[in-house]
Design a protein around this ligand. Structure first.
Ligand code: AMP
Length: 225
């Protein structure tokens, strides 16, 4: 199961990836998460990308491609992977096909209205990275605390309205050629991501099984990190 998830900010990419990660033990690679982690740790990479991420601009292709290339070499990628937030440009999409085989690109289509509400309600666990929403599923069981760690959830800095607007603009400017690329290579699946997760997930899983992309049994004791 080698999947690329494409969607505007607020489409729910992280939550879909999290579902497959927990049920099938498929690693979730989010380039946005990698950058935020490196920035928080103050590493050399973090310092290089900070200026782009904090302003909602795309990090240069060369930097992102190298990071993904290294990640995909790790042994835990044997079961497959879900790429979230990559590729964002045509150059990245073509580079990815040079690095590995991609089974399908899933485009999560979301309206602006739903996306804005989702982003304003999004909360993240600073310890394990799980994503919640105070308006939509998955809601934290207890008042803005992580279900797993009990840690106080936080709001991402780039979920503020100005940065969100910028991320939207950049997303739509660069996305079209990427979608065209996956359409022309017959690997694009479009999903209505305005609907709730409980409506969409069973349908998406069935489609992935029917087209032979999802062949795995739910995991039991597989370690993925
Ligand atoms: P995300 O969490 O996917 O919305 O990404 C947050 C930010 O990280 C983006 O606004 C970009 O600055 C940067 N970023 C993440 N993935 C990529 C990518 N594939 N190409 C360029 N920049 C990226």
């Amino acid at each position: 199961m080698r999947i690329v998830l494409i969607g505007a900010p607020g489409a729910g990419k992280g939550v879909y990836a999290q579902y497959f990660r927990e049920k099938y033990c498929i690693p979730h690679i989010s380039t946005g998460d990698i950058f935020r982690e490196e920035i928080a740790k103050g590493t050399e990479l973090g310092l290089r990308v900070k200026q782009y991420v904090e302003r909602g601009l795309l990090v240069p292709d060369e930097i992102v491609i190298n990071i993904v290339k290294e990640k995909l070499k790790q042994p835990n990628m044997q079961r497959g992977f879900i790429l979230d937030g990559f590729p964002r440009t045509l150059v990245q999409a073509k580079a990815l096909d040079e690095i590995t085989r991609i089974d399908i690109a899933i485009h999560l289509l979301v309206s602006e209205e739903v996306a804005v509400k989702r982003l304003s309600g999004r909360r993240v666990c600073p310890k394990c990275g799980r994503v919640y929403n105070i308006y939509y599923e998955p809601k934290p069981r207890e008042d803005e605390k992580c279900d797993y760690d009990g840690v106080q959830l936080i709001q991402r800095q780039d979920d503020n309205p100005e940065v969100v607007k910028q991320r939207y603009r950049v997303f739509y400017e660069t996305l079209t050629p990427v979608l065209e690329y996956y359409t022309s290579t017959r690997r694009l699946l479009e999903v209505n991501a305005d609907k709730s997760l409980s409506e969409i997930l069973p349908l998406l899983e069935k489609i992935l099984v029917d087209i032979g992309v999802l062949k795995l049994n739910p995991c039991k004791d597989v370690k993925i990190d």
